[in-house]
Design a protein. Sequence first.
Length: 209
Amino acid sequence: MGKLRIRRAVLGMLETNCYFAENTETGETLIVDPADDWEAIKAWCLGNGRKPAAILLTHGHFDHMLAADALRREFSIEICAGLAERELLGNPSYNLSAVWSRPVTLEADRYLTDGQILSLAGFSVQVIATPGHTAGGVCYYLKEDGVLFSGDTLFAGSYGRVDFPTSSMADMARSVREKLLCLPEETIVYPGHGESTDIRAEKQYNPLA
Protein backbone atom coordinates (compact mmCIF):
# COMPACT_ATOMS: atom_id res chain seq x y z
CA MET A 1 0.00 0.00 0.00
CA GLY A 2 2.92 2.33 -0.56
CA LYS A 3 3.08 5.10 1.99
CA LEU A 4 -0.18 4.02 3.68
CA ARG A 5 -0.04 2.02 6.89
CA ILE A 6 -3.21 1.13 8.78
CA ARG A 7 -3.34 0.33 12.45
CA ARG A 8 -6.35 -0.54 14.56
CA ALA A 9 -7.41 -0.02 18.15
CA VAL A 10 -10.49 -1.81 19.48
CA LEU A 11 -12.15 0.51 21.97
CA GLY A 12 -15.26 0.94 24.10
CA MET A 13 -18.08 -1.24 25.34
CA LEU A 14 -19.06 -2.32 21.82
CA GLU A 15 -15.49 -3.11 20.74
CA THR A 16 -15.47 -0.52 17.99
CA ASN A 17 -12.61 -0.42 15.51
CA CYS A 18 -10.79 2.90 15.56
CA TYR A 19 -8.35 3.10 12.66
CA PHE A 20 -5.19 5.12 12.17
CA ALA A 21 -4.40 5.63 8.48
CA GLU A 22 -0.78 6.76 8.58
CA ASN A 23 1.33 8.42 5.94
CA THR A 24 4.66 6.73 6.63
CA GLU A 25 6.53 9.49 4.78
CA THR A 26 5.18 12.43 6.77
CA GLY A 27 3.69 10.95 9.94
CA GLU A 28 0.34 12.57 9.17
CA THR A 29 -2.51 10.36 10.30
CA LEU A 30 -6.23 10.16 9.68
CA ILE A 31 -8.26 8.95 12.64
CA VAL A 32 -11.28 6.97 11.47
CA ASP A 33 -14.13 6.54 13.97
CA PRO A 34 -12.52 7.60 17.27
CA ALA A 35 -14.46 5.48 19.72
CA ASP A 36 -14.43 6.03 23.47
CA ASP A 37 -11.13 6.72 25.30
CA TRP A 38 -9.69 9.83 23.72
CA GLU A 39 -6.73 9.76 26.11
CA ALA A 40 -5.65 6.36 24.79
CA ILE A 41 -5.89 7.63 21.22
CA LYS A 42 -3.93 10.76 22.11
CA ALA A 43 -1.25 8.72 23.87
CA TRP A 44 -0.94 6.39 20.90
CA CYS A 45 -0.50 9.28 18.46
CA LEU A 46 2.06 11.08 20.59
CA GLY A 47 3.90 7.90 21.55
CA ASN A 48 4.29 6.87 17.92
CA GLY A 49 5.19 10.30 16.61
CA ARG A 50 1.98 10.55 14.59
CA LYS A 51 0.47 13.90 13.58
CA PRO A 52 -3.33 13.71 13.42
CA ALA A 53 -4.60 15.48 10.30
CA ALA A 54 -8.37 14.91 10.47
CA ILE A 55 -11.11 12.80 12.02
CA LEU A 56 -13.31 10.82 9.63
CA LEU A 57 -16.65 9.57 10.94
CA THR A 58 -18.36 6.81 9.00
CA HIS A 59 -21.55 7.56 10.91
CA GLY A 60 -22.75 9.24 14.08
CA HIS A 61 -23.49 6.46 16.55
CA PHE A 62 -21.96 7.15 19.95
CA ASP A 63 -19.54 4.22 19.86
CA HIS A 64 -17.85 5.68 16.79
CA MET A 65 -17.54 9.30 17.90
CA LEU A 66 -17.33 9.72 21.68
CA ALA A 67 -13.66 10.73 21.55
CA ALA A 68 -14.01 12.99 18.52
CA ASP A 69 -14.62 16.34 20.18
CA ALA A 70 -11.78 15.98 22.70
CA LEU A 71 -9.37 14.96 19.94
CA ARG A 72 -10.49 17.88 17.79
CA ARG A 73 -9.63 20.29 20.60
CA GLU A 74 -6.39 18.53 21.52
CA PHE A 75 -4.94 18.47 18.01
CA SER A 76 -6.83 21.38 16.39
CA ILE A 77 -8.15 19.18 13.57
CA GLU A 78 -11.45 18.93 11.73
CA ILE A 79 -14.19 16.36 12.13
CA CYS A 80 -15.68 15.15 8.84
CA ALA A 81 -19.05 13.39 8.51
CA GLY A 82 -21.77 12.75 5.94
CA LEU A 83 -24.11 15.67 5.32
CA ALA A 84 -27.21 13.61 5.99
CA GLU A 85 -25.81 12.59 9.41
CA ARG A 86 -26.07 16.06 10.89
CA GLU A 87 -29.45 15.44 12.54
CA LEU A 88 -28.36 12.15 14.09
CA LEU A 89 -25.14 13.64 15.47
CA GLY A 90 -27.17 16.35 17.15
CA ASN A 91 -29.76 14.04 18.70
CA PRO A 92 -28.69 11.87 21.69
CA SER A 93 -31.65 9.54 21.14
CA TYR A 94 -30.81 9.01 17.49
CA ASN A 95 -27.06 8.56 18.05
CA LEU A 96 -27.86 6.15 20.93
CA SER A 97 -25.69 7.96 23.46
CA ALA A 98 -28.75 8.69 25.61
CA VAL A 99 -29.43 4.96 25.87
CA TRP A 100 -25.98 3.40 26.07
CA SER A 101 -23.68 6.09 27.41
CA ARG A 102 -24.09 9.71 28.44
CA PRO A 103 -26.14 12.06 26.23
CA VAL A 104 -23.76 13.49 23.64
CA THR A 105 -24.20 15.77 20.65
CA LEU A 106 -21.58 16.61 18.07
CA GLU A 107 -21.27 19.15 15.27
CA ALA A 108 -18.84 18.24 12.51
CA ASP A 109 -16.60 20.83 10.88
CA ARG A 110 -17.06 19.48 7.35
CA TYR A 111 -20.17 17.78 6.03
CA LEU A 112 -19.49 15.58 3.04
CA THR A 113 -21.46 14.58 -0.04
CA ASP A 114 -21.48 11.45 -2.17
CA GLY A 115 -18.54 11.27 -4.57
CA GLN A 116 -16.62 14.09 -2.92
CA ILE A 117 -12.85 13.70 -3.07
CA LEU A 118 -10.86 14.77 -0.03
CA SER A 119 -7.14 15.47 -0.05
CA LEU A 120 -5.97 14.66 3.46
CA ALA A 121 -2.63 13.61 4.94
CA GLY A 122 -1.24 13.08 1.45
CA PHE A 123 -4.06 10.71 0.46
CA SER A 124 -6.95 11.00 -1.96
CA VAL A 125 -10.09 9.91 -0.11
CA GLN A 126 -13.39 9.36 -1.92
CA VAL A 127 -16.62 9.74 0.03
CA ILE A 128 -19.22 7.06 -0.75
CA ALA A 129 -22.67 7.72 0.70
CA THR A 130 -24.03 4.44 2.08
CA PRO A 131 -27.35 4.99 3.85
CA GLY A 132 -28.83 1.99 5.59
CA HIS A 133 -27.36 1.60 9.04
CA THR A 134 -28.00 5.34 9.42
CA ALA A 135 -29.35 7.83 6.90
CA GLY A 136 -26.06 9.70 6.63
CA GLY A 137 -23.56 6.89 6.82
CA VAL A 138 -20.56 7.10 4.50
CA CYS A 139 -17.61 4.93 3.57
CA TYR A 140 -14.14 6.23 2.78
CA TYR A 141 -12.41 4.78 -0.27
CA LEU A 142 -8.69 5.20 -0.88
CA LYS A 143 -8.68 4.03 -4.47
CA GLU A 144 -4.95 4.32 -5.05
CA ASP A 145 -4.29 2.12 -2.03
CA GLY A 146 -7.16 -0.33 -2.54
CA VAL A 147 -8.66 0.35 0.88
CA LEU A 148 -12.23 0.94 2.08
CA PHE A 149 -13.26 2.03 5.56
CA SER A 150 -16.81 0.70 5.66
CA GLY A 151 -18.02 1.63 9.15
CA ASP A 152 -21.12 -0.36 10.07
CA THR A 153 -22.31 -0.78 6.50
CA LEU A 154 -20.26 -3.79 5.41
CA PHE A 155 -18.82 -6.41 7.75
CA ALA A 156 -16.99 -9.64 7.02
CA GLY A 157 -19.83 -11.89 5.86
CA SER A 158 -22.47 -9.53 7.18
CA TYR A 159 -23.79 -5.97 7.32
CA GLY A 160 -24.86 -3.43 9.93
CA ARG A 161 -28.06 -3.43 11.93
CA VAL A 162 -31.07 -1.71 10.41
CA ASP A 163 -33.33 -1.37 13.46
CA PHE A 164 -32.03 1.97 14.75
CA PRO A 165 -33.33 5.51 14.21
CA THR A 166 -32.90 6.55 10.53
CA SER A 167 -32.02 2.94 9.53
CA SER A 168 -33.43 1.35 6.38
CA MET A 169 -33.07 -2.22 5.17
CA ALA A 170 -33.90 -1.21 1.60
CA ASP A 171 -31.22 1.48 1.67
CA MET A 172 -28.71 -0.93 3.20
CA ALA A 173 -29.22 -3.47 0.43
CA ARG A 174 -28.82 -0.81 -2.27
CA SER A 175 -25.73 0.65 -0.63
CA VAL A 176 -23.95 -2.69 -0.32
CA ARG A 177 -24.90 -3.96 -3.77
CA GLU A 178 -24.66 -0.77 -5.82
CA LYS A 179 -21.96 1.20 -4.01
CA LEU A 180 -19.56 -1.31 -2.44
CA LEU A 181 -19.66 -4.71 -4.12
CA CYS A 182 -18.93 -3.03 -7.44
CA LEU A 183 -15.50 -1.91 -6.21
CA PRO A 184 -12.41 -3.83 -7.36
CA GLU A 185 -12.40 -7.31 -5.85
CA GLU A 186 -8.95 -6.85 -4.30
CA THR A 187 -10.16 -3.86 -2.24
CA ILE A 188 -9.45 -4.49 1.46
CA VAL A 189 -12.41 -3.64 3.68
CA TYR A 190 -11.85 -2.29 7.19
CA PRO A 191 -15.20 -2.43 9.03
CA GLY A 192 -16.42 -0.73 12.19
CA HIS A 193 -16.48 -4.00 14.12
CA GLY A 194 -14.75 -7.32 13.65
CA GLU A 195 -12.01 -8.37 11.28
CA SER A 196 -11.11 -7.05 7.85
CA THR A 197 -12.27 -8.67 4.64
CA ASP A 198 -12.15 -7.90 0.92
CA ILE A 199 -14.69 -7.25 -1.81
CA ARG A 200 -13.98 -10.59 -3.49
CA ALA A 201 -14.99 -12.49 -0.37
CA GLU A 202 -18.07 -10.34 0.19
CA LYS A 203 -19.29 -10.84 -3.37
CA GLN A 204 -19.20 -14.57 -2.65
CA TYR A 205 -20.33 -14.83 0.96
CA ASN A 206 -22.20 -11.68 2.01
CA PRO A 207 -25.95 -12.27 2.36
CA LEU A 208 -26.64 -9.03 0.47
CA ALA A 209 -24.54 -10.00 -2.53
